[in-house]
Ligand binder design. Structure first.
Ligand code: AMP
Length: 283
């Protein structure tokens, strides 16, 4: 496995590659969710590239950035075991020798949920992903549905700027109790880890209430109350929206539905979602 930390070295290496390349951008502290993307890429491409870069400009909370888990040696071992071909591990100085001034505006895609609660987040994501796409020049790029809003922003970016690649959105990997795998889970205390399963439980409960014909405002209120009833837990949002636009349903829900949640367990912020086709309630 080749590891590059300089953009110039990576580009020189890339110039000689004529094969189909799959790309998995990450912020490291890899878990099975990340590795599932690597496996998917390996099954569909001749070469697979993974990047590990904790992107400072997408963090709106400096403490979250400072405390983001960093375990590079272990990550490289895992990638080697998976048979990843090349890893790009730039420093912040390498990626941003001067602070970028470009500003993206994704309209309604970034005024809701993550966009509303994390100002500037998707601008930082769009800048780093654009830079990585230019450096890596992949044929395919793999992203997790766990970050649903991010996948929509990136698809919009690729379409608007005509990046010559295909985006594949992959299923969310979960722990055995249902908690979505996340690098931030490592920061949970034992008690918070036990509490955190409530996110998936309430997503499932909300789906079942929706199918029974309960109203969306009623469901979201009830789920928020249940999450917030736990000591040290504070939900930021619980929303049921149209999965492709993330906008509320004008009338009755129909088509692809997304149920999305974000909550703090102490100072650790977790997100999760369920996306499913909805054919109407049973009532
Ligand atoms: P991150 O390192 O958190 O930036 O994530 C890198 C990529 O892995 C993103 O496309 C995420 O959506 C994806 N990812 C994170 N967690 C999971 C998961 N539990 N299952 C599948 N993909 C995931």
């Amino acid at each position: 496995m080749i590891v590059h930390s300089s953009i110039a070295d990576f580009k020189a290496f890339r110039c000689d590659l004529k094969t189909k390349i799959g790309f998995v951008p990450t912020m490291g502290a890899l878990h099975e969710g990340h590795l599932s993307l690597i496996r998917k890429s390996k099954s569909e491409n001749e070469k697979t590239c993974c990047s590990i870069f904790v992107n400072p400009i997408q963090f709106n909370n400096p403490e979250d950035f400072a405390k983001y888990p960093k375990v590079l040696d272990r990550d490289l071992e895992l990638l080697q075991q998976e048979g990843c071909d090349v890893v790009f591990v730039p420093s912040a100085q390498e990626m941003y020798p001067i602070a970028p001034k470009t500003r993206f505006d994704f309209g309604s895609l970034e005024t809701v949920m993550e966009g509303a609660f994390r100002p500037g987040h998707f601008n930082g994501v769009a800048i780093v992903v654009s830079k990585l796409f230019h450096i890596v020049r992949p044929n395919m790029a793999y992203f997790g549905r766990k970050d649903l809003q991010q996948t929509l922003v990136i698809k919009q970016l690729v379409s608007d700027l005509q990046f010559p690649l295909e985006i594949e959105v992959c299923d969310t990997w979960r722990e055995s109790d249902g908690l979505a795998m996340s690098s931030r889970n490592a920061r949970l205390t034992t008690e918070q880890r036990t509490q955190a399963v409530i996110l998936y439980q309430q997503l499932l409960e909300a789906k079942s209430l929706l199918i029974k014909g309960m109203s969306i405002p009623f469901i979201c209120d009830a789920m928020l109350n249940r999450i917030n009833a736990q000591i040290g837990v504070k939900a930021e949002y619980f929303q049921i929206v149209e999965a492709n636009s993330l906008l509320p349903f004008k009338n009755k829900p129909q088509g692809e539905v997304a149920i999305c949640v974000a909550a703090y367990f102490g100072d650790v912020r977790l997100i999760d979602n369920l996306v499913f086709p909805f054919e109407g309630s049973t009532n």
